[in-house]
Design a binder for this molecule. Structure first.
Ligand code: FES
Length: 175
């Protein structure tokens, strides 16, 4: 039998996503100040926090939608769209920047044909800047699908992305 507050419908969500959101909300029903744990758990379950779930999250936690939206927007790690299958994070903090980290990031975006949001042209990779991966002594560094790589140059980055299972676009031919 369903307990707790009656939640707004999540019409735009696939039923599996709606079930995951409801499960998370039920798990945290008695947790004070549960917004951050709820958002983390939803993102862990789905890879993102669907905007269509916001009214239900707000209702379950007795918050306004604006409060939920504000917290989501404050933390850059929360996503509002489904992630690509692969995630490439290139460090551009100080040590890496001094060793070409920004150029490496630019190369990754160009090589993969990223749009303004950092999604590769084939939709397989999200490219993001990150600020320190703890490999400052071996910069420039990046993380691909959770694996750290140190002292990366453009050819090595190309080899890493070419090794992904999803096909990637060919680099533009030079005239
Ligand atoms: S500055 Fe890049 S890993 Fe620390």
């Amino acid at each position: 039998m369903e307990t707790g507050p009656r939640l707004p419908t999540m019409n735009d969500l696939p039923s599996t996503h709606e079930r995951a959101v409801r499960d998370v909300l039920a798990r945290h029903a008695d947790t004070p100040g549960a917004l951050l744990p709820v958002l983390h758990d939803i993102q862990d379950a789905l890879g993102f926090v669907p905007p269509a779930a916001l009214p239900a999250i707000a209702a379950a936690l007795d918050l306004s939608r604006a409060e939920v939206h504000g917290v989501l927007g404050y933390y850059p790690d929360f996503r509002s769209t489904p992630p690509a299958p692969h995630r490439l994070r290139v460090c551009r903090a100080e040590a890496c920047r001094a060793m070409g980290g920004q150029a490496l990031l630019d190369h990754a975006r160009q090589r993969l044909g990223c749009d303004n949001a950092g999604r590769s042209a084939n939709g397989a990779v999200d490219v993001e800047a990150v600020y320190c991966l703890g490999l400052c002594a071996c910069s420039p560094a990046l993380m691909l699908d959770g694996q750290l790589h140190a002292r990366v140059d453009a050819p090595r980055l190309d080899a890493l992305v070419d090794g992904l299972h999803d096909p990637l676009p060919e680099p533009e031919a030079h005239a």
